[in-house]
Structures are given as C-alpha cells and as structure tokens.
Ligand binder design. Structure first.
Ligand code: URA
Length: 277
C-alpha cells in the first residue's frame, strides 16, 4: 500500500481521506470528497432542482463549478432568497427534518395591511387545508407603504408553499416573498444570483442548530455588521427593527403583540398534523 506515493507497511497507519492519496497494489482508493456548503441568493424565476425535463431555468445554472451539491429543501420558482446547497447528506437530512425544527425566516409583502387579529391567527397557526393547521409562527409587522404591508414570518416547518398558503388562508395576497434567514444564517447583502461558501463559523453554528431537536440556534451576524448591532431587520421579540426592512417601507409604528419564544416546542405540545415536502 502507498500513501501519497510512500510505501506503508505498518497496520493502523492513520490517513486523512479528504487529503491523502491511497493506493493498494497500484490502484487508487477513492477518497471521501470534501464536504462543501454553499449559500445562494436564488432569484425569482429559477426552479429549485438540478434538472428540469421541461428545460426551464434551474438553480444549477447559478451554481459555481466544483463537486456536485444538492439544494437543502426548496424555494418556489416565484420565491427569492437564501438557498443552501451541500454534499453533506447527514446535515442536509437534519436541516430538513421537522424534528430539528430549524427556523426559516421570510420577508413577505402582502396586498393589504393585516389587523392584529390576522397577525395573531398567523402566529397561533393557520388552517391551510381542511384539517391541516400550521404550527405557531413568529410574525411581526415590518412596515407599510401604499396600502401594502411587509411582514417578517419565521417558521420551523417546511410545508409546501407554507408562507403563501398561510397568507392566503387569512385572505392576504402575497406580492413578494423572500427567504432572508435559514437557522443562524442570514442572506444579508449577497447579490441576486450570487453564491458563496459558508464560513467555518457558519458551518459550525449550522451544525449546532441542527444538532438540537427544536433547536433555534444563535443568529449569526452578517458580514459587515458591527458587533453589538443587530442585523438589518432583526429585532428582539416584541421590539422594533432598528431600520426599515426594505427601502421605502415605513417602519411599523409599534410591534404587534409578542411572538412565542420557541414555536418548535409549542408545536410539539399541541401536536399539529404534519405534512412536509
Ligand atoms: N413558503 C412559501 O410559500 N414558498 C417558499 O418558497 C418557501 C416557503
């Protein structure tokens, strides 16, 4: 046997499968390919798949060259925002499994200003199909403009078109939907269509979040945001964001109610029927 061209005879010799080249009787042993983690800002109009038999545009076109990675969950074609890719099957499984309740954060613009009753119903759970209720969500008003409202909605489930169906179930038409956070990760200023590798800290935090059932790990500070300040649009529960979520949207005059602290745990207590995609 050779390790990096050096003949090795000692049993139990340690190797690093991602780095060392191992040959047995002149034949290379395929190593474990390095694990990769990527964040993409998916634009509207792209399908979350690596291949579309109908030839529509897919996120594959936007992926950088390199080892094959797979999307973690999906965003609708008409939804933009943070989409993760990895070849780490174990982590992808945990991130998508309802047991781990990883929080996904959305900004949604709806066609009218919902009153407190509607926001409360969104928080406590919405019937999106006969007999199908969503788990409690964190919802807060970000701002109002021209009769439209911008909301931040945090859900830990991954039901098909969940945020759109929650809004529709309450008589709100969605004009724009963007995922801005996935667990501790934030989209921040990543340009539309661009992608970047996660940093070592982000990978560690993501793994930590997915390691705890019902886990809502710490939110990471996006690049360029000073320690001590809050990322754009992220406020403590029940507090206003420090600045408007989007240019042009006036900040809400006051927060509407107080979201539950850990919707994943609340959901387990009430035990909603779950159907994930
Ligand atoms: N909820 C939706 O309605 N669509 C998405 O793409 C993600 C969450």
């Amino acid at each position: 046997m050779r390790i990096n061209s050096r003949v090795v005879k000692e049993p139990g010799t340690k190797v690093e499968p991602e780095r060392d080249r191992i040959e047995v009787r002149g034949r290379p042993i395929p190593g474990r390919s390095a694990l990769r983690y990527l964040m993409m800002h998916k634009p509207v109009g792209f399908l979350t798949t690596l291949h579309d038999p109908e030839g529509r545009r897919t996120v594959r076109e936007l992926m950088p060259p390199g080892p094959r990675m797979y999307p973690v969950g999906r965003l609708d074609a008409d939804t933009s925002g943070l989409l993760l890719f990895t070849n780490d099957g174990e982590l992808a499984h945990r991130l998508m499994h309802p047991r781990y309740g990883v929080m996904k954060t959305y900004r949604v613009v709806v066609d009218r200003v919902p009153d407190e009753g509607v926001i409360r119903r969104m928080r406590s759970g919405v019937q999106i199909e006969p007999g199908e209720m969503t788990a409690p969500a964190e919802v807060r008003m970000l701002g109002v403009r021209d009769g439209r409202a911008a909301l931040e909605v945090k859900v830990h489930e991954g039901r098909y078109r969940q945020v759109r169906r929650m809004c529709e179930g309450l008589g709100l038409t969605v004009r724009r939907l963007q995922r801005v956070g996935y667990g501790p990760l934030r989209l921040a200023r990543l340009p539309k269509g661009a992608s970047r590798s996660l940093t070592a800290v982000e990978i560690r935090r993501l793994k930590a979040t997915a390691a705890r059932p019902g886990g809502t790990g710490p939110v990471l500070r996006p690049r360029g945001v000073r320690p001590g300040s809050r990322p754009s649009g992220v406020a403590r529960p029940g507090r206003l964001a420090q600045r408007p979520a989007r240019p042009g949207f006036a900040r809400a005059a006051r927060p509407v109610g107080r979201p539950r602290r850990n919707p994943a745990q609340a959901a387990r207590r009430t035990g909603p029927k779950r159907r994930t995609h």
